[in-house]
Design a protein around this ligand. Structure first.
Ligand code: NAD
Length: 382
């Protein structure tokens, strides 16, 4: 299935001395092609999701897989996982062209890399797809809890959102310690953009810690659920959440929300939340720093999800890299270390007079860099 038609990936602007980039033809008749990129395996097998998308061109798909796999190296390193960074893309319409057979074929591609790449869910793929991939390879994670139970794995697995929220909560506490020199959150005000799976869970933790909440969501049902579950909240219109008179802005919805227009409106001290790719461009954290806003890099604070799927993979692959058992408790303890990682980044940024995104990338590079491997510039993870 490997195809020699792969263009030289080193000419792609997102290339960063990737260890391995492979092009596979999944369906010749329908011209469905997949790319798997392994960025760096210094710390361990390269874990990263499989995205299915109808890209405008193969060049675009290659760009995405190179960029995203690199981001996963940084994310997994800062999450303290013994895992490297990789990613896969399948150039297809997930609604019209995805079939169980296609996913099983993709699984065979993953298998052909002998465990250097471990796949997981991403946009365009589901838990069900992971099950079909699992028919061809064990190098897959993010399986349904029932499936795991049926196959004798009953320690871990399941929806990572509550632990993603817990990691964010620890990250918020670390940022508050740095900014205000105190451990308590009582009396602070937070604006939460999006009260979906992670946002609502995080809102509950913040409220319990004494934070006054302002929430916004475009989905009325999620607002109603939040009002029911939380003691008292102020609901703000989605386009007004940036103007809320609060201490913390907590992005829990979309990417790209920190841009010229929104940053100019914000009066907050701290931005810390789970949404992926919050900065419209990497340069926007310079703008935040110039406005004296402490930005906690998204890929570090939202690592609870990847820690969950990482632990699940250690369990199902039979490769436990730790000298302790893989349990809910040990996984939760690991997620809580996100607070330490955030603290380390903020201190490093302060001491070196650099922005927090650059600080996170530098600290990640110290963890995974080996001679000749990969370059130094800004990363993006999804
Ligand atoms: P979700 O879909 O459950 O929740 C997102 C919420 O944001 C929804 O309620 C949606 O209606 C709302 N929303 C969308 N656009 C909005 C807007 N313009 N203004 C206000 N609200 C808006 O998703 P989730 O699982 O809670 O994830 C939230 C973010 O965190 C995403 O960016 C996701 O990629 C990221 N993330 C999630 C996890 C996880 O474990 N679920 C892990 C890492 C990162």
């Amino acid at each position: 299935m490997t195809d020699p038609a792969l263009q030289d990936p080193s000419t792609n602007p997102a290339y960063d001395n990737h260890e391995q980039v492979v092009r596979f033809v999944l369906d010749k008749e329908k011209n469905i092609v997949a790319y798997i990129a392994v960025h760096n395996t210094v710390l361990g097998p390269a874990l990263g999701g499989c995205r299915i998308k109808k890209y405008a061109s193969e060049e675009d798909a290659l760009y995405d897989v190179l960029r995203l796999s690199r981001g996963m190296t940084y994310k997994n390193a800062m999450a303290g996982l013994p895992l490297g960074g990789g990613k896969a893309v399948i150039i297809a319409d997930p609604q019209a062209e995805k079939t169980p057979e296609l996913m099983q074929k993709f699984g065979a591609c993953v298998e052909s890399l002998s465990g250097s790449y471990v796949t997981a869910e991403d946009s365009g793929t589901t838990e069900e797809d992971m099950e079909n991939i699992r028919k061809s390879t064990k190098h897959v994670t993010g399986l349904r809890p029932d499936y795991l139970k049926e196959h004798g794995y009953d320690n871990l697995g399941g929806n990572p959102s509550p632990l993603t929220a817990l990691g964010c909560f620890e990250g918020v506490k670390a940022a508050v310690r740095q900014r205000y020199g105190r451990d308590e959150l009582t009396g602070l005000k937070a604006a939460i953009q999006g009260v979906g799976a992670v946002g609502l869970s995080l809102a509950g933790m913040l409220q319990e810690a004494g934070v006054e909440l302002f929430i916004a969501d475009i989905n009325e049902m999620n607002i109603a659920k939040a009002k029911e579950e939380l003691d008292s909240v102020t609901v703000v219109r989605p386009d007004e959440i940036y103007d809320a008179d609060v201490d913390l802005f907590v992005p829990c919805a979309l990417g790209g929300v920190l841009n010229d227009e929104t940053i100019a409106r914000m009066q907050v001290d701290i931005i810390a939340g789970p949404a992926n790719n919050q900065l419209a461009t990497p340069e926007h954290d310079e703008k935040l720093a110039a406005q004296n806003i402490m930005y906690v890099p998204d890929y570090v604070i939202n690592a609870g999800g990847v820690i969950c799927v990482g632990y699940e993979y250690f369990m199902t692959s039979g490769f436990n890299p730790y000298d302790f058992d893989l349990t809910e408790e040990s996984m939760e303890e690991h997620v809580r270390t996100i607070g330490d990682a955030v603290e380390q980044i903020l201190t490093y940024a302060k001491n070196k007079h650099i922005n927090t995104g650059t600080a996170a990338d530098s600290l990640a590079e110290e963890k995974f860099e080996s001679e000749g491997a990969n370059s130094r510039s800004r990363s993006t993870a999804a």
